[in-house]
Design a protein around this ligand. Structure first.
Ligand code: SAM
Ligand code: DTB
Ligand code: SF4
Length: 324
């Protein structure tokens, strides 16, 4: 049985002296995961920019003046070629991202279902992040072969309205519920470095830790401060905060894949090594996230060699039953 954490307990974990916290998290990691194995996911922006939402961190929101160029939904053949490249590069999962508020039941959705089928048939786990979905849409994605759905809580319930006003926390939780009901695996995490308090970081982990089953995957993003967004002046988040956040996530979500997500380009190899030691066991690889740069693939493989990490194979048994 997974423990029901209180916010106070999670705060105590977060505030543990750093080296002790890393050691504790490493212990939990060893108990529940193959240490040294890291899931490598490739990201592809299938529809870029022009989004109606007002997420303060996001370069794809239409209302901010960023350098992102709007691009309509990609063609299935193009996406298929990208999947071949990702597979050849060693990725076991491919995540498709669309700058949509929500999925609509139209031809674009049919096209996305086709993309999912095509990538799935190549033996890659397919993940999608398309905004809000209904239970019916989630079911159709599952039938097409989708493995996971990414939908981030991003921050605490209390802080949500300071970051996004065009939807609320319950909308987010509701989509996560729909995704679960459709039998998909859940990927949900958030961002640090947006000016949130430690209580907000803890609050987000608290909500994620209480989901039953707990999410199979939790991405922890360090804000990529993009010019033209309201967050452009945010100072870079200290690596120590990232390590603390990952270690705390590892402890309160023992069986989950914790993903060291956006922001790695500004982290040293030593910093990332501490994140892996603290329980991170998943990354996005490839020189682009959705619209911002990410380390070169070869650079990451060199890091894996130095640290003795190996990429995880696709389709490990679903952990869902154990996450209850
Ligand atoms: N539009 C969909 C949605 O919001 O759910 C899917 C795509 S959206 C870009 C996916 C996630 O990317 C966001 O929830 C956020 O956590 C992350 N993200 C976006 N911009 C970011 C940034 N500048 N730095 C770090 N993470 C970011
Ligand atoms: C997640 O948590 N991080 C990824 C993925 N899920 C979709 C996205 C990061 C985006 C960073 C900003 C950009 O490249 O546009
Ligand atoms: Fe749109 Fe998603 Fe960016 Fe928000 S995070 S503006 S919903 S693309």
């Amino acid at each position: 049985m997974i423990k029901d954490w209180t916010k106070e307990e999670i705060l105590d974990v977060y505030n543990t002296p750093l080296l002790e916290l890393i050691a504790k998290a490493a212990e939990v990691h060893k108990t529940h995961h193959k240490t040294g194995e890291v899931q490598v996911s490739s990201l592809l922006s299938i529809k870029t920019g022009g989004c109606p939402e007002d997420c303060a961190y996001c370069p794809q929101a239409a209302r901010y003046n960023t350098e992102v160029k709007v691009h309509k939904l990609m063609d299935v053949a193009e996406v298929s070629a990208c999947a071949d490249n990702a597979k050849a590069g060693g990725a076991s999962r491919m995540c498709l991202g669309a700058a949509w508020r929500e999925v609509r039941d139209n031809r674009d959705f049919e096209k996305v279902l086709d993309m999912v089928k095509t990538i799935n048939s190549k033996g890659l786990e397919v993940c999608a992040t398309l905004g809000m979905v209904t239970e019916d849409q989630a079911k159709r994605l599952a039938e097409a072969g989708l493995y996971a759905y990414n939908h981030n809580l991003d921050t605490s319930e209390e802080n949500y309205n300071n970051i996004i006003t065009t939807r609320n926390y319950d909308d987010r939780l509701n989509t996560l519920k729909n995704v679960r009901k459709a039998g998909l695996t859940v990927c949900s995490g958030g961002i640090i470095g947006m000016g949130e308090s430690v209580n907000d970081r803890v609050g987000m982990l608290y909500t994620l830790s209480l989901l039953r089953p707990q999410p199979e995957s939790v991405p922890i993003n360090a804000l990529v401060a993009v010019e033209g967004t309201p967050m452009e002046e945010q100072p870079p988040v200290p690596i120590w905060d990232m390590v603390r956040m990952i270690a705390t996530a590892r402890i309160v979500l023992p069986k989950t894949a914790v993903r060291l997500s956006a922001g790695r380009l500004s982290m040293s190899m030593e910093g990332q090594a501490l994140c892996f030691l603290a329980g991170a066991n998943s990354i996005f690889a490839g020189d682009k996230l959705l619209t911002t740069p990410n380390p070169e693939y070869n650079q990451d493989m060199e890091m894996f060699n130095i640290l003795g990490l190996t990429p995880k194979k696709a389709f490990a048994d679903k952990l869902k039953e154990e996450l209850v």
